[in-house]
Ligand binder design. Structure first.
Ligand code: SF4
Length: 207
């Protein structure tokens, strides 16, 4: 496992947040870690708004980089502390401002707790692309040979063969009743992200 951000980011399926978090928390590097909790704390404490924008902006990344302490060890503790503050105190629905250790510096409190400018839509797990991708990977993990796309799309009985060793995860995938275009998107996404490979007309985990 590489220990620096650039090499971590080059790994299949690793995005910028994961690369920064692993470099900081596992290898003690000074990296700007920005997850949902950290974004919310920055939005309230520094920017004085109830919620960060619906998706991460360049301005937020600049702010997070500016706030990160220069000292390496302190930067690691800072990332962990801000993340925990967001998870336990400055929560999305009911921030515990009375218990907050930084309440005297909070721009949102000072501004009179203005309401959010939009209603956040939490992404449900059921029916999401992530759920389908996870179900496909569960099949591939147990498959000893490449799995043809038809097996993901149709019940094995309809195809006339027994899915040796992968019957249970395959049945779980079929219970999701995934639309063909979503299944195609999930399979294509896994291949693009390097988490699956097309081989001899079927899908398998990377060799
Ligand atoms: S005072 Fe309240 S809104 Fe401000 S950082 Fe603390 S918990 Fe969040």
């Amino acid at each position: 496992m590489p220990g620096n951000y650039t090499e971590l980011l080059a790994l299949p399926g690793v995005g910028s947040y994961t690369a920064a978090a692993v470099a900081a928390f596992a290898f003690g590097r000074r990296e700007t870690v920005v997850d949902t909790n950290i974004r919310r704390v920055h939005a309230r404490l520094v920017s004085g708004v109830a919620l960060p924008s619906p998706s991460l902006t360049a301005a937020e990344m600049r702010l997070a980089a500016e706030l990160l302490p220069d000292d390496v060890g302190t930067s690691v503790r800072w990332n962990a502390a801000v993340m925990e503050l967001g998870a336990l105190v400055c929560t999305a629905r009911a921030p515990k401002c009375a218990d907050c250790p930084v309440r005297d510096s909070c721009a949102w409190l000072a501004a009179g707790e203005p309401p959010p400018s939009y209603i956040p839509k939490g992404q449900a797990w059921h029916g999401t692309d992530r759920q389908v991708r996870g179900a496909v990977l569960a099949v591939l993990r147990l498959a000893e040979t490449p799995v043809p796309a038809e097996m993901f799309e149709q019940e094995p009985a309809d195809l006339g063969f027994a899915p040796e060793g992968i019957g249970v995860p395959l049945a779980a995938l079929h219970r999701l009743n995934t639309a063909p275009e979503q299944l195609e998107r999930a399979l294509g996404g896994l291949v693009n992200d390097g988490l699956a490979q097309l081989h001899e007309g079927g899908y398998r985990l990377p060799a």
